[in-house]
Ligand binder design. Sequence first.
Ligand code: GLY
Length: 588
Amino acid sequence: MKSSELRENFLAFFKGKGHEIIPSASLVPENDPTVLFTTAGMHPLVPFLLGEKHPSGKRLANVQICIRTDDIDEVGDDVHHTFFEMLGNWSLGDYFKEEAIKMSFEFLTDSKWLGLKKDRIAVSIFAGDKDAPQDEESEKIWLSLGIPQKRIKKLGKKDNWWGPAGETGPCGPDTEIFYWSGKEKAPEKFDSEDKRWIEIWNDVFMQYFKSLDGKYELLSQKNVDTGMGLERILSAIGSLGDDYKTDVFWPIIKELEDLSGKKYEDNKKEFRIISDHIKAATFITGDRKGVEPSNVGQGYVVRKLIRRAIRYGRILKLSGDFLIPLIEKVLEIYSDSYPYLKAKEDYIIDVVKKEGEKFEKTLEQGLREFKIKAEKNEGKVIPGKVIFDLYQSYGFPFELTEEMAKEKGLSLDKKGFKEEFRGHQELSRTASAGMFKGGLADTGEKAVKYHTATHLLLAALRQVLGEYVYQRGSNINAERLRFDFSHPQKMTEDEIKKVEELVNEKIKENIPVVCREMSLEEARKKGMMGIFESKYGEKVKTYMIEEFSKEICGGPHVKETGELGNFKILKEESSGAGIRRIKAVLNP
Ligand code: GLY
C-alpha cells in the first residue's frame, strides 16, 4: 500500500464513524514553550483533552507531522526516525474504551480497510499499579473480539501508559496493538520482547492528569487518544521489515544510491541517517513557523540534523551540495499531502545550502585538527578542552566528535567538556530563557521587577485555577507585563481578585528571590517549571520564591519581592484556543 492510500483510508474510515478531520498542526508548537516540537497528534489538543470545547466537535481524526529528538541517536536501525507522521483519532469526552478498541480492530482487520490477518495480532493492556487499576475492561473487549488470552499481555507503566507529552498534562493507561511481522506463522503466545511483534497502534485512555509533583488525578472527562505511526504500519502491511523501504523514504534512498554510486544494502546506517535527517530538516525549516539553524532551541536541532547528514555523507564520499537533490526528493514525496512545503522550496534549499557551506569550511579544518589530537591522545581519553575547541571553532556537535572518536576506538571526557561548556554557556542560556520568558532583552530596573512579578503571577494562577496552568507566552517592557497561559475559559471576577491578592500578599511578605544553579535532573526532581529539553545535560539557573514559585529561568530578578510595589491586573482576555492573556502593572 502507498502512503497516500493509507492516509486517505484512515481518514475516510474515521469520517464514516462520525469524526471531523482536522489539519495537521505546525511542527513547532504554536503556544507551548515547554517543548521544542510537536511529538504526537494529541499534543496540540491538550486544552481540549482538559475540557475546553473543540470547534470541530468531540470526535476528531488527523494525520499529524511529528518530530521526536530523544531517539536521534537510534536513527540508523530499522525503525527509528526523527520525523514521522502519526495517524490518530480522538474522543474528547465522547466514546471510550469499547468503541475505540472496536474501531481500531475493524480498521486493521476488515478486508474493506487494511485487512490484516487476525491471527497475526496481539495486544497489551495496563497491569495496574498504585496510581490506576488494572485495565480489565479492555481485556474483556479484546477477548470478545476473538483475541485469545495468550495473545493479551499485561504490562506496567513503563510499557502501557502514555503521556503526558511534556512534564505534566493529560495521560492514561493504554492498550497497544502488535502485528506479527515474521514470515512464518505467528506463535500462539505473545512475547512482547520478540522484535518480530511490531507495535503498530496505541489506544490511550486519557482520564488522568499528571501534576508536577507526580500525582495522578482524574480528569473531568474521559478521552481517547490513539496514535499509529504511518511509516511503521506501511512497513508492516507490506511485510518490508524496514521503514526505509516504504514509499516515504525509498525515493530518497534511491537518489542517494545514484549520487554515491553505493548500495543501500551495504551502507544502511549512513543511508538511513542521511535520509532521515534531511527529511526532518526540510520539514522543520519549511514549517509554518520556519526555523533557521542556530545554537539554541529548534534551530540547534536543525543545525545538528544538517551537519550530521553532511558528516555521514562524507563517509559515503559525498561532499558539496549533495543534500539539495535529496531535499527535492523529500518535496516530491510530500508535496501532495503538505503543499506548503513545496511553496517554500527555494527558501529551504537556500537555508540548507548556507548551513552546508558554513559547515564544510570548518569541517576540513576540524577533521585535520581532530586527527592530530586523536593521534596525540592515542589509546587515551580525548580531553574536554579539545572537544570544546572542536565545538567552538569548527561547529562540531559533541555527538559528532563522539562518533569520530568511537570510530578510532577513543573515548571522550564528557564531564570535562561540560565544564568547558558551562563557562561559555551564559549566552545560550539567556537565549533559551528568552524563548521561555520573552522580552528579556530589556534588563532595566522596571523590566526586572516585571519579570519577578511574572513568576509570582504564574504561581498564583496555578494555585487559584489549577496545576494545568502553564505559561504560553510572555512579554515584558518597562510599563507592563503581558502573560499568556493555558486555561480553558474566561476567569471570573473572583478568580482575578484572588490572584491579584495572592501576588500582593507575597510582595508584602518581602520574600528573598533565591537563585541557584543545578542540573536539569535536580531541577526536575524539585518540581521547577520550565523547558526540560536541553543539550548536554547542562546546568540550569533556577529562581525560587520560597516554595511558592520555582522556575528554571535565565533571570535577572529582584533580590526581594518587597521591591515590586503594588500588583494590579488591568485586563484578562482570550489569546487563542485554550489560552488566556493577562495584562498587569506594578504601581509604586
Ligand atoms: N499519543 C499516543 C501515541 O503517541 O502513541
